[in-house]
Design a binder for this molecule. Structure first.
Ligand code: HEC
Length: 159
């Protein structure tokens, strides 16, 4: 093969690979429950299920970075001052569905003392995506973009 042909073949292989990755990412987005979620419904679900601890205005509990004498952390804010937006969708979804202890157990950490209950029994997956859509709708653009990148990192790691 001539140099030019080798180069052409290499370009073709790379483009097919890029197409395949692009297709997988876009097909993941197309059926993605995070995309079709309803933030207005999520706001009502948040008020009913989460506001008691995380605050009616997403402000969290006072001194949320300091654990109490029982070793349990107060509920953090979900607005820009907290760190919810530092995490990708899969992590956040799992934390809400399984709770703190259950989610950490899945990651291999046993006996994590958590004040965050699991909602897998009381909320549907769709409810949880709606609540996440509401939280995201309150974040400024830079936080939303950062969080979307963490979600993409999770998707690439999962493949
Ligand atoms: C009984 C109090 C309580 C309720 C109710 C509660 N949480 Fe939490 N949540 C916590 C605490 C405390 C933490 C701190 C981490 C820990 O202890 O596991 C937390 C942590 C979290 C986190 C991960 C931390 C982060 O980065 O923000 C998310 C996400 C979260 N809660 C979402 C929710 C959502 C959504 C609801 C309602 C469906 C909810 N929580 C209801 C107490 C609560």
């Amino acid at each position: 093969m001539s140099r030019a042909r080798v180069l052409l073949a290499a370009v073709a292989v790379v483009s097919v690979a890029a197409l395949a990755v692009g297709w997988r990412l876009s097909s993941a987005r197309a059926g993605d429950p995070a995309v079709s979620a309803d933030p207005v419904r999520g706001q009502a679900l948040y008020a009913a299920n989460c506001a008691a601890c995380h605050g009616a205005n997403l402000e969290g509990q006072p001194d949320w970075r300091t654990a109490g004498p029982d070793g349990i952390l107060p509920a953090p804010p979900h607005d820009k001052t907290g760190h919810t937006w530092h995490h990708g969708d899969a992590l956040l979804f799992g934390y809400i569905k399984l709770g703190g202890a259950g989610s950490m157990r899945e990651m291999g950490v046993d006996n994590f003392k958590s004040g965050m209950p699991g909602f897998g029994e009381s909320l549907t997956d769709g409810d949880i995506w709606d609540i996440l859509a509401y939280l995201k709708s309150t974040w400024p653009e830079d936080a939303r973009q950062y969080q979307a990148e963490r979600t993409r990192d999770e998707q690439l790691q999962g493949e």
